[in-house]
Design a protein around this ligand. Structure first.
Ligand code: SF4
Length: 346
């Protein structure tokens, strides 16, 4: 991303999504809530790629659904170019939706097997007919196939006639059809072979440059988003625990959870592998219906102390780092943050 492009296109402020847990058949009463997203704030800048990473159940996919307006937040704001999209409805919401598109995780199940590729890619024009006059749609779909590196002559083929990587290209072409500004990618390459992952990521980078796209890349693995992300946010139990630039997170992580995730990333170089300190996290991720008091990570954190159980650490530049210059000075939700410079293998 260009250094000057620091205009936020999307601002998420204190976003909360709690799913109520109810009991009773005739007279339902709420007995608790699944705290899927629990007060998170971040920005997506124009032209950048923001990676959101965390274990399954951390809330990252719920964040994607909230941004796509597929779920209503319990509270909080999602500002697109300064306007809160959670308050929009009807035409105004439809207009915003056109500019925020999604590419799904699994290219094997996300495409309707009964539709031709031409119909799949052109389907968004049925919802937004103003985006392309009827007579121009086939030509537009051919153009999109070409843009994602597929032969336009394949327009009448069906999804089963393509490989996994090609199907993901079809999903990307569909995501591009309405010429959006933001694409939210939910684990876009995790179902693909490693060699194909690199091709799809390279394609996405090329398209970002060509069309000035902003990406939000959701993944469970830090190594997958490293190559493409300008910044990365790490999520744990509904909260962002650390956020920073690619260099800050991968080479100077300060939150114990990020340090543990990075220590599990495979390192191809045997010499580096030998020098690396492996951090094993014990126990399971606690239930989001009843997260631990204070710091949500404390039940698995080897550095936890008394303060961690009573005081929730804010996502901010940690105590003691305010005066520090350099990549260790970035927001991290830990009372006892410590820089762990690492030889990067991610
Ligand atoms: S606040 Fe305490 S429990 Fe939480 S990550 Fe930091 S040291 Fe660990």
């Amino acid at each position: 991303m260009a250094e000057t492009a620091r205009e936020p296109i999307l601002e998420v402020r204190h976003l909360v999504k709690h799913f109520p847990l109810t009991r009773g058949v005739l007279f339902k009463r709420q007995v608790g809530a699944v705290k899927a997203v629990d007060d998170i704030s971040f920005e997506l800048f124009r032209g950048e790629t923001l990676g959101i990473v965390g274990e399954s159940g951390c809330g990252k996919s719920t964040v994607a659904k909230l941004l796509m307006n597929l779920e209503q937040p319990t509270s909080g704001e999602i500002l697109y170019k300064g306007e809160d999209i959670t308050k929009l409805s009807g035409r105004a919401l439809k207009a915003v939706r056109r500019n925020i598109q999604m590419v799904f995780q699994d290219p094997y199940t996300s495409l309707n097997p009964r539709m031709t590729v031409g119909d799949i890619i052109g389907e968004p024009f049925e919802i937004h007919p103003e985006a392309a006059p009827k007579g121009d749609r086939r030509a537009k779909v051919r153009e999109l196939l070409d843009v994602v590196g597929l032969n336009p002559e394949y327009i009448n083929r069906y999804p089963h006639q393509f490989s996994g990587g090609q199907r993901q290209r079809i999903g990307i072409a569909r995501g591009l059809a309405l010429n959006p500004e933001i694409i939210i990618c939910d684990e876009p390459v995790s179902a693909l072979d490693v060699s194909v992952q690199a091709q799809v990521i390279n394609l996405m980078e090329r398209l970002q440059d060509e069309f000035g796209l902003s990406y939000m890349m959701i993944a469970h693995d830090l190594s997958v988003v490293r190559h493409i992300s300008d910044r990365v946010g790490v999520m744990y139990l509904g909260k962002i625990v650390e956020i920073g630039t690619d260099r800050e997170i991968y080479e100077h992580p300060t939150h114990p959870y990020t340090q543990a995730l990075l220590s599990a990333v495979p390192v191809p170089d045997p010499e580096l592998r030998g020098r690396r300190e492996r951090i094993i996290l014990h126990g399971d991720v606690p239930s989001p219906t009843n997260p631990p008091s204070g710091c949500h990570f404390r039940t698995r954190c080897w550095k936890a102390r008394e303060r961690c159980a009573v005081e929730e650490p804010p996502l901010a530049v940690p105590e003691g780092f305010e005066e520090v210059e350099g990549p260790a000075r970035h927001p991290s939700a830990c009372h006892f943050a410590e820089e762990k410079t690492r030889v990067s293998g991610a």
